[in-house]
Design a protein around this ligand. Structure first.
Ligand code: PLP
Length: 374
């Protein structure tokens, strides 16, 4: 692997070129159906008038923003439709760094690699705080490490890659740290529909100007390729500098994207309005079943793992097989299972491996691992 290849692409490539049959547990791409209304919305869009094929408002379709604002209990002026949660996170982190004093971004280790890369891209000072033994970032540790230099604290709940979910107390405490240091809490809630613990609490539940919430439909509607997400900024009647965040994000968004695809937004809107909660419940149930089968096999393989409370990921550590890239290659070649090396997510779980449960073949994968470690 050369230094410029992101580990994710390297593993995908290695797995696709491997000789035998390999079960892909690398990506975060859902393998299940999107809501039916989403497919219908896209079909219908093909026959729309030509004016519906032209530029939408830069901040997003008004009706979609209204629908999101209503569901999230915020004002429509706070909502910007983005190119997935990826762009939403970028607007939040870049905007936070620009608006408040300090140049430090605090991240959990293990870290979702895009936060790490974006922190470097933005020339910010990076502080990675190792998660506790149970996989959570401890708000008290964050409090001890934060200072006047801190501009942004990023939390992702339910979490990639640890599979944990933060409860309301933890989010409130992290928000308290942001408030104490005039910083911003960026809460990435892209897996909010995938909480199996019942403890998920959105940062929107707390009234504070020191938070930006990001989300998308990539995972909840199984459409990572559609690129529709959103960010919710502090209201414009909040004190400075928080009141300015939404406007500077509108500018940054417009200058980099112009706008987000109209058909994608329109069909997401239709799906939001017409999809019954049972769709999300069924997907969650499927994931709980997969977690159960996979972790039973991990038990059989003598592996240590964090009990998944949310998201699609299981971090596991196998006896005598640290999560290096070489060992990931070995598991691909000899067990026919592709995961991600823990070292791709920072230092604190570098001897672990991450498996994404986005394949109908998780049971088979688990059996292959159990047999390999027998
Ligand atoms: C924690 C986290 N945030 C953001 C994203 C990106 O989401 P989107 O496809 O909406 O840009 C992912 C995708 O895997 C993710 O795991």
């Amino acid at each position: 692997m050369d230094d410029d290849t992101p580990p994710f692409f390297y593993v995908m490539n290695y797995a696709s070129e491997a000789e035998g049959d390999v079960i892909d547990m690398v990506s975060g791409n859902p393998d299940w159906e999107p809501p039916e209304a989403l497919r219908e919305g896209l079909r219908e869009y093909a026959d729309a008038e030509t004016d519906q094929f032209q530029y939408p408002p830069s901040v997003g379709l008004r009706e979609l923003r209204e629908e999101i604002a209503k569901r999230r209990g915020v004002d429509i002026s706070q909502v910007i439709i983005t190119n997935g949660a990826g762009e939403a996170n970028h607007l939040a982190m870049a905007g936070g760094l620009e608006a408040v004093d300090g140049n430090e971004i605090i991240l959990a280790d293990p870290v979702y690699p895009y936060y790490d890369g974006r922190t470097s891209l933005l020339d910010a000072e990076k502080t990675l705080i190792p998660v506790d033994k149970d996989g959570h970032l401890n708000p008290e540790t964050v409090h001890k490490r934060a200072s006047e230099e801190t501009a942004v604290i990023v939390v992702n709940s339910p979490n990639n890659p640890m599979g944990v979910t933060y409860d309301g107390d933890a989010i409130e405490q992290l928000l308290g740290v942001a408030e104490e240091y005039d910083a911003l809490l960026v809460s990435d809630e892209v897996y909010d529909h995938f909480d199996y613990s019942g403890r998920f609490t959105s940062a929107l539940s707390f009234d504070s100007p020191n938070r930006i919430v990001t989300n998308s439909f990539s995972k909840s509607m199984a459409v990572t390729g559609w690129r529709v997400g959103y960010a919710i900024f502090p209201r414009e009647d909040r004190p400075a500098p928080y009141n300015e965040l939404v406007d500077s994000a509108r500018t940054r968004h417009m200058l980099t994207n112009v706008a987000i695809s109209r058909p994608a937004q329109a069909s997401v809107l239709r799906a939001l309005r017409e999809t019954d909660p049972s769709y999300y419940e069924a997907v969650r149930e499927q994931m709980v079943e997969r977690i159960d089968r996979f972790t039973s096999a991990l038990d059989a393989a003598g592996a240590e793992y964090t009990e998944p409370e949310g998201s699609f990921y299981v971090m596991a550590r196998f006896p005598g097989l640290p999560g290096t890239m070489e060992n990931i290659e070995m598991l691909i070649d000899e067990a026919g299972v592709a995961g991600m090396p823990g070292e791709a997510f920072g230092d604190s779980r570098s001897d672990w491996m991450r498996f994404a449960l986005v394949s109908p073949r998780v049971e088979e994968a688990a059996q292959r691992l159990a047999e390999f470690f027998e």
